[in-house]
Design a protein around this ligand. Structure first.
Ligand code: SIN
Ligand code: CO
Length: 391
């Protein structure tokens, strides 16, 4: 599809228009973005997920038994839900796309953005009055109303250090002023895009309010610099260090002079300014799984012959839910395939295919090196055999 095709999910804007005029710049309300939406899971199923170990879930109670805006963390149990009042609370479950394939499928609709920018789909359920208070997030988010109604109000861009209410576990803004014309009730299928740093407040208006937050990741400079320096550091020899051969005698031996500072600066900047290493690091960091311990490596390594035979017999592999794939060309023929924080050197056509969305069947064996790469990914837990009914 051309990047100039009007998209229903962007309210008739093309990907090019949306990225130029809205992405990271200003909010966009899209009525009927997903006109036929039917939530792939019910509030009860969401509550069920929130009771499972290893699922990140939070409950926000505006008038909690222990105080206002009480936040509790999962896993929850039936007794928790049984004691909740009829209104003014919210259940939030992170990364539902890692557990529910029908929710993961929604991510394909966001292919007008780099896939490695996606973080997860968080789903919230709230009875009437439920909200998490007016707040600001530091990431881009599409808030899709999957069922029921939610009243959204926007408060414009606010500085990072805007005052927040003290003494509670939530970052609720002390001051929230609704901007003119930025006040809407979202119906099922409507979607609101918000750039980072934009104050927002969403309150449930119905007893079946489910909101899907499709969130995006962007490392902060702080995280990026620390992580890149660590990545390089693991590879640098101990001999690569500050050197001052041929220097002038110091004017004062206690002084840190300009020439010494310039040598240190050159060492750091020249070491960091390595585009090949940066590409290798960037691919790894952007494909890091959200929850590293959800990646379950095979205990017994797979034989390549076994894998080839299974594919030839009609079995299919699938990308594990929550696994992240990206690729970058090394030259005309080879590429690095980045998967779940690792990098594999392989033929470029194979890397593209694996990082895409097409079925992983015997057709892949036409690519040289496919058995090696597929066996590695299967054993790492990034691929799995498809269950027969899902093929
Ligand atoms: C919610 O779904 O209740 C909150 C989502 C958000 O404001 O980011
Ligand atoms: Co938010």
């Amino acid at each position: 599809m051309s990047t100039d095709t009007p998209l229903t999910m962007l309210g008739g804007l093309s990907a090019t228009d949306f990225l130029r005029d809205y992405w990271q710049q200003q909010p966009l309300l899209i009525r009927g973005a997903f006109p036929d939406i039917e939530s792939p899971l019910s509030p009860d199923e969401l509550a069920g997920l929130a009771c499972e170990d290893n699922v990140e879930a939070r409950l926000v109670e505006e008038h909690g038994p222990e105080g206002p805006w009480q936040v509790s963390h999962g896993p929850f149990d039936e007794a928790t839900f049984a004691r909740l009042p009829e209104r003014d609370w919210t259940l939030l479950v992170q990364a539902v796309d890692h557990y529910v394939p029908e929710v993961a499928e929604l991510l394909e609709c966001f292919d007008f953005l780099p896939r490695w920018r996606l973080d997860d789909i968080m789903i919230s359920y709230a009875p009437p009055g439920g909200s998490v208070g007016p707040h600001v997030d530091q990431y881009d988010v599409f808030l899709l109303q999957a069922s029921g109604q939610r009243h959204w109000q926007l408060g414009g861009r606010v500085p990072e250090d805007a005052p927040i209410i003290a003494g509670i576990d939530l970052r609720i803004l002390e001051r929230f002023e609704v901007q003119p014309g930025q006040d809407w009730v979202l119906e099922p299928g409507d979607m609101l895009y918000l750039p980072p740093g934009w104050a927002h407040h969403g309150v449930s208006q119905s007893d079946d309010c489910l909101t899907f937050s499709v969130g995006f990741r962007a490392p902060s400079a702080d995280e990026a610099i620390t992580s890149f320096a660590d990545y390089l550091g693991e590879q640098l020899p101990a001999s690569h260090r500050y050197a001052d051969a041929g220097m002038e005698p110091p004017e004062d031996p206690a002084q840190l002079d300009d020439a010494s500072l310039a040598r240190m600066r050159a060492l750091i900047l020249e070491t960091l300014d390595d585009p090949d290493q940066m590409a290798q690091w960037f691919g790894r960091v952007m494909t890091q799984p959200k929850y590293v311990d959800q990646l379950v490596p095979n205990e017994t390594p797979t034989e390549e012959d076994e894998l080839v035979a299974a594919l030839q017999a009609g079995e299919c592999l699938e990308r594990s839910l929550g696994s992240r794939f990206a690729w970058r060309a090394l030259d005309d023929e080879r590429a690095t395939l980045f998967v779940d924080g690792d990098g594999i050197d392989c033929p470029a056509a194979l890397a593209r295919e694996l990082a895409g969305t097409a079925m992983l069947d015997a057709r892949l064996l036409d690519y040289p090196e496919a058995p090696r790469v597929l066996t590695h990914l299967l054993d790492a837990g990034s691929l799995d055999w498809a269950q027969p009914d899902e093929e």
